[in-house]
Design a protein around this ligand. Structure first.
Ligand SMILES: C[S@@+](CC[C@H](N)C(=O)[O-])C[C@H]1O[C@@H](n2cnc3c(N)ncnc32)[C@H](O)[C@@H]1O
Length: 227
C-alpha cells in the first residue's frame, strides 16, 4: 500500500484511465454486448410491463451512460410519454439533440444528485472507474423509489482495505445487511427499493494504476479503512 499513490476524485476524473477514449461507450440496449446481457434484465420489457400495469410515470436513470445509445434505443422501442430517461456521464459524448423524454447530464456521479426518485437505476461497466464506489452505492439507494430496481456491474475485488487486500467477506456481509445482493459469478450488484445505507468503511482514496480488471480494461481500485 505504501507504494500506491492514492488519488482523490478530482485527480481521478482527470486520469487517462477514467477519461480515456478507448473504452466502450457505445453499448446497445440488447444483443451480445448489450445492456440486457450485462445487467441480466430486459430493460424495455421491464418498462413496458410497468407501464401496462398502469404506472403514472417510469423513470430510468443510467449512470456512466457513455454515448447514451442504449437509452435512445429504449426510447424508440418504448414510445410512451410516461417514460423519462436520464443518462449521466463525466464525458459529453452524447447525441446533440436527444428526443423528448430523454435527458443527458454531463457530470460526475460522485457529485451529481437528482431532484427525482427513479424506478430503475443502472450502471453498465461504470462503477469500475469511480473512486468512492461505496458512497455512490449509498447515494444510489437513496435515489430509488420504494419498489425501484438497481442493477450494475461491480467487481468487489476492486474494493480493498488500506493494506491493499480485498475486503471481501466483510464487505459482502455489510452490503447484504444494507439491502444489496451481490452475484459474485456475474460480478453484478443489485437492490430492490430505496433506503438508507450505512457501510462501516471510510474512503481513503483510489488507485488508477491497478491494471486491467475482469473486463480486460484498465480499472480503478478503491481503498477503505474499516471503522
Ligand atoms: C466503459 S464506459 C461504459 C459506458 C456505457 N455504460 C456503455 O456501456 O456503453 C464507462 C463510462 O463511465 C464514465 N465515467 C467514468 N467515471 C465517471 C464518473 N465519475 N461520473 C460519470 N461517468 C463516469 C466514462 O466517461 C465512460 O463513459
Amino acid at each position: 500500500m505504501d507504494d500506491v499513490r492514492l488519488l482523490d476524485d478530482v485527480a481521478l476524473e482527470l486520469s487517462s484511465v477514467v477519461a480515456n477514449n478507448a473504452m466502450n461507450r457505445e453499448r446497445r440496449l440488447t444483443g451480445s454486448n448489450g445492456y440486457g446481457r450485462d445487467l441480466g434484465i430486459d430493460v424495455a420489457e421491464l418498462i413496458r410491463q410497468r407501464l401496462a400495469d398502469g404506472a403514472e410515470t417510469f423513470r430510468w436513470l443510467d449512470l456512466c451512460c457513455g454515448s447514451g445509445k442504449a437509452l435512445l434505443e429504449c426510447r424508440e422501442v418504448v414510445d410512451d410519454e410516461r417514460l423519462r430517461i436520464t443518462g449521466v456521464d463525466l464525458v459529453d459524448a452524447f447525441v446533440s439533440a436527444p428526443p423528448r423524454g430523454v435527458e443527458f447530464v454531463t457530470a460526475s456521479v460522485t457529485t451529481w444528485s437528482p431532484a427525482d426518485r427513479f424506478d430503475l437505476i443502472t450502471c453498465v461497466h461504470g462503477l469500475h472507474y469511480l473512486g468512492d464506489k461505496l458512497r455512490t452505492l449509498a447515494a444510489i439507494a437513496s435515489w430509488l423509489t420504494d419498489s425501484g430496481l438497481f442493477v450494475a456491474n461491480l467487481d468487489l475485488s476492486s474494493i480493498q482495505s488500506a493494506d491493499a487486500r480485498p475486503l471481501d467477506r466483510r464487505l459482502r456481509t455489510a452490503l447484504r445487511s444494507n439491502g444489496f445482493d451481490y452475484d459474485g459469478r456475474r460480478r453484478r450488484i443489485s437492490r430492490r427499493g430505496g433506503g438508507s445505507v450505512v457501510l462501516p468503511f471510510d474512503y481513503a482514496g483510489a488507485d488508477d494504476q491497478a491494471g486491467p480488471n475482469y473486463t480486460g480494461q484498465p480499472a480503478v481500485n478503491s481503498y477503505y479503512r474499516s471503522r
